[in-house]
Write a protein that binds this ligand. Sequence first.
Ligand SMILES: Cc1cc2nc3c(=O)[nH]c(=O)nc-3n(C[C@H](O)[C@H](O)[C@H](O)COP(=O)(O)OP(=O)(O)OC[C@H]3O[C@@H](n4cnc5c(N)ncnc54)[C@H](O)[C@@H]3O)c2cc1C
Ligand code: FES
Length: 252
Amino acid sequence: MKKISVAGIKENMLIAPDIYRMELELSEDINALPGQFVNVYLDDGAHLLPRPISICRAEDNRLTLVYRAVGVGTKIMAGLTEGDTLRVSDPLGNGFTLPESGTVLLVGGGVGVPPMLGTAIAAKAKGLNVIAAHGYRSELFLKEEFERVGQLLIATDDGSAGYHGTVVELLRSSDIPADTTVLSCGPKPMLKALVQYCEEKGLPVQVSLEERMGCGFGACVGCVCKLNQNGNIVQKRVCKDGPVFNGSEVIF
Ligand SMILES: Cc1cc2nc3c(=O)[nH]c(=O)nc-3n(C[C@H](O)[C@H](O)[C@H](O)COP(=O)(O)OP(=O)(O)OC[C@H]3O[C@@H](n4cnc5c(N)ncnc54)[C@H](O)[C@@H]3O)c2cc1C
Ligand code: FES
């Protein structure tokens, strides 16, 4: 059984409109795989369900979460300050599988960008060539952090930075090596277009899905997605069997 720990907040900073970076300190070291998430438990009475947030970085006993304040829970998180505490689960889900060699192309969209940072750092530590390609609405975040790890391609919806358009359109006009494995997290339309691009190019692709969750740890079947595995349609729980799946099997 995964445990829930009380973490101390060391920093909770606004880094782009409605986007916060929260640095947490736990009493024990965190063993996380790239692409895993934690459940955040808030004391907001009427909303007992956990909020799943991807692990942006985990190092020793420090955990970084980057989140968009969209509703009741994440707005409570945004109001927390240094010295406050937050209950977080152990790392959950399966995470990305890094290839043994070659290039990893990490494609993030919106708040799908944060989990790609920890993945980029793990890929670089493994000696892989790292290319990140991110799609933002407008304002950029985590740009310098990605530039420290590898090549960064940027697309924005409004053209305020980088390529004016979607990140998949940007990839279509970029030179991506043939030995590339694609790992991605972002909104479903982006993932769907990316999987199509990868199928055309013959590139393997793993996608991290976001579903509304209930229990958050595999008990309620509130987060199912559908896969096509060799012609068989199967249901999988995003929180327990995912959130990362073989992109070519996902039925969008
Ligand atoms: C595996 C996973 C990783 C995620 N990682 C991030 C991240 O790194 N950064 C980030 O900003 N957001 C992330 N999200 C989305 C985040 O969980 C929701 O934005 C958040 O739960 C909304 O909670 P709220 O109370 O502010 O919103 P409300 O809409 O008030 O939430 C009401 C309820 O719906 C659930 N819910 C609402 N939206 C979602 C959603 N998109 N996915 C799952 N449950 C939802 C919440 O758990 C909550 O119980 C992730 C979601 C998943 C499934
Ligand atoms: S949220 Fe309950 S099984 Fe996934």
